[in-house]
Design a protein around this ligand. Structure first.
Ligand SMILES: Nc1ccn([C@@H]2O[C@H](COP(=O)(O)OP(=O)(O)OP(=O)(O)O)[C@@H](O)[C@H]2O)c(=O)n1
Ligand SMILES: C[C@](O)(CO)[C@H](O)COP(=O)(O)O
Length: 250
């Protein structure tokens, strides 16, 4: 077993990269998505707090909108965050993949475990974060939190004429499908190699590790780790925060 793939001890420090450089086109016009407010606090601050809630995470690197690094730094300074966690801000890229790679480049060398977490998943519970970390510490090179699907999924072919109904070509067996969330956790050397090797666009980091032929494992995700993508998701996120305030007092 090479040094890089050896299981890491429980005290190995964990860093989190938070890609937050997206525009949020599907959310509609307005500020970059990560800077939009959820119950008065920017989505990004909720996401940073969610990751820093894990006592294992000692560094959070926020990948800011390309022209928004100064604004993000001010936001982090203006909000209460755990003192045991260090924060760094770097300007992001044109795609999620490029933003994650920029975040990885900023990681100090001694971090051997890295989480990648969408700013757009601001409400992930700390138990989910810790379950991902534990699986990486147990030796998995890549870990995803995942949930079974409620809908049946169809594969379609392109319509002959744009706008016409799309022909359905297959119905994958639902019991074997999972909806994948973040944080995704990685052995740092594996993730760096994946980002160096895979050049085509992918929608998550774990799929790059799959392309290297390395194992990716799934741990239980959480309904509240959903991604704020469309306007209805903002309403749902604010409802979850209101419920938390009532039941947990924060
Ligand atoms: N160039 C980019 C694009 C996306 N992201 C981040 O990747 C995460 C997941 O992306 P998504 O939800 O698709 O966000 P957006 O790209 O902002 O959304 P849209 O596709 O609707 O524009 C988000 O936290 C987003 O800020 C990023 O850091 N850099
Ligand atoms: C990484 C991710 O959140 C896993 O579900 C998702 O693939 C991001 O997709 P997006 O289209 O960039 O939001």
């Amino acid at each position: 077993m090479s040094d890089e793939s050896r299981p890491t001890p429980a005290q190995t420090p964990v860093a989190a990269v938070i890609p937050a450089a997206g525009r949020g086109v599907r959310l509609g016009p307005g500020a970059p998505k990560a800077l939009r407010a959820l119950n008065g606090t920017p989505m990004l601050i909720h996401a940073v707090r969610a990751l820093a809630a894990s006592r294992h995470v000692s560094l959070v690197i926020v990948v800011a909108p390309p022209d928004g690094a100064a604004e993000v730094k001010s936001l982090l300074d203006a909000h209460a965050l755990p003192e045991r966690t260090d924060f760094q801000v770097v300007p992001g890229g044109q795609s999620r993949q490029e933003s994650v790679r920029i975040g990885l480049d900023a990681l100090p060398p001694h971090y051997r475990i890295v989480l990648v977490h969408d700013a757009a998943r601001p409400l992930v519970p700390v138990d989910t974060v810790d379950a991902v970390i534990e699986a990486v510490r147990d030796g998995a090179p890549a870990v995803v939190p995942a949930l079974p699907l409620a809908d049946t999924v169809k594969e379609v072919a392109p319509a002959a004429v744009a706008g016409d109904p799309e022909p359905v070509v297959a119905t994958p067996e639902r019991a074997r499908l999972r909806a994948v969330q973040t944080p995704q956790g990685f052995d740092r050397a594996t993730l760096v190699r994946a980002h160096e090797s895979v050049t085509e666009n992918v929608t998550d980091d774990a799929s790059m590790v799959e392309q290297l032929g390395l194992p990716v494992v799934a741990v239980p995700g959480h309904e509240e780790a959903f991604k704020v993508t469309r306007p209805l998701d903002l309403i749902l996120a604010e409802a979850v925060l209101a419920r938390r305030r009532l039941t947990d007092g924060f």
